[in-house]
Design a protein around this ligand. Structure first.
Ligand code: CP3
Length: 341
């Protein structure tokens, strides 16, 4: 079973310097990941191998001693467990066998059985973190949000504007609603499995939340997120409604989320004024600043840490680390945040 850990990432978010982890802290910008990745040709088989995925999650911990390790997996594991084919082609992003209104929702237990591998991975990850002296480090679980998973499942691939999915959502409202309800239930149980396996908090990635109009944001982003939060109460849940703009305030106010990840487009002074001080904020360095490095990176880190010095805050990026990022720039960024006072 999981050993008792003393992770303090949530309580330390109230102090300076702030805790730090980075979205996509594991992955292709690290040479050791690229080597490890060669052991499995299929990316989802890699994710579904607890030993390989634990190793991938530990790599950035060994280099940077982040305040938390994030489960190494992918949000598209859920559509895969629902029976869709999911593959990743270099340079093209994910490809899925897309669904339509004839799709029959598989029995929840069958899907959850396939997702259970993640529990094994998290238990093993906690064990290794403790053995490698990262006892104080947190462990973060995650899932894709219903809207974002529905986007990939209906579009069948990544896209800038998901036109096919957005057309479908409005032209087949009843099926679309059933899909969101189904995903909300599965994801609540999937996250519950992750907490039972030792996750300190989980993050719901709504990477395509910005594609909704006002009505859709309320129905398909806020309502399902609130439901997941309520289903899992009192476990701490973070949300990332990417490119939601000013609607991030509603997202904070109406969902009961413990923490909110901010994309790089957010105005931090506004966020600080309008988002309740009870909500932990996380973000929001532009990954491009991290890639380029230099004085621009230093200034930005200072600006972000200064803006949030008097409220619960966890340093992070506004989106995932870009694969061209020099690993030394991450070392530099971590040291700047850790020396912030
Ligand atoms: O350190 C970590 O954060 C690793 C765990 C992780 C991955 N994906 C690994 C991954 C997490 C938390 C994700 C989340 C994820 N996956 C999101 C939400 C966050 C975001 O970026 O908006 C989304 C939308 C996906 C879907 C996805 N998976 C895409 C679009 C891609 C292709 C992107 C690319 O860079 O090619 C993936 C593949 C993927 N997920 C990789 C990794 C390390 C690259 C695959 C490889 O190594 O071959």
């Amino acid at each position: 079973m999981t050993s008792k850990n003393t992770s303090q990432i949530l309580t330390n978010s109230s102090f300076n310097p702030p805790p730090i982890w980075m979205m996509r802290q594991a992955g292709r910008y690290l040479p050791e990941y690229r080597r490890l990745r060669e052991r499995e040709s299929n990316f989802l088989s890699f994710c579904n191998n607890p030993h390989l995925s634990v190793e991938a999650a530990l790599q950035p911990m060994r280099r940077y001693s982040f305040d938390a390790a994030i489960l190494f997996s992918d949000i598209l594991l859920v559509p895969y467990a629902m029976g869709l084919s999911v593959s990743f082609e270099e340079g093209r992003g994910p490809l899925l066998s897309s669904i339509d209104q004839t799709f029959k929702f598989p029995k929840e237990e069958r899907v959850l059985e396939k997702l259970n591998v993640v529990a094994k991975t998290l238990v093993l990850l906690r064990d290794k973190l403790d053995k490698e002296n990262f006892t104080n480090a947190g462990m973060i679980g995650f899932c894709g949000a219903p809207w974002t998973l529905a986007a990939y499942m209906l579009e069948g691939e990544s896209s800038r504007d998901f036109l096919k999915m957005r057309y479908f959502a409005l032209s087949h409202p009843s099926f679309f609603s059933d899909l969101i309800v189904y995903l909300t239930s599965i994801l609540s149980k999937f996250l519950s499995i992750q907490f039972s396996a030792g996750a300190d908090f989980v993050q719901i990635f709504d990477s395509w939340a910005g594609l909704t109009d006002e009505d859709q944001f309320d129905r398909w982003v806020i309502t399902p997120t609130k439901e997941i939060v309520e289903n899992l109460s009192p476990y701490p849940i973070f949300g990332f409604a990417r490119q939601a703009g000013s609607r991030v305030f509603l997202y904070g106010q109406k969902t009961g989320l413990k923490g909110i990840s901010l994309d790089s487009g957010q105005d931090l002074r506004m966020v600080d004024k309008l988002l309740s001080q009870d909500i932990i904020v996380q973000g929001n360095l532009d990954p491009m600043r991290l890639l380029v490095g230099g004085t621009g990176l230093e200034k930005e880190i200072k600006r972000i840490c200064t803006q949030f010095r008097d409220r619960p805050f966890i340093f992070n990026l506004g989106h995932g680390i870009l694969k061209e990022t020099p690993p030394e720039n991450v070392t530099h960024a971590v040291s700047l945040v850790r020396n912030f006072q």
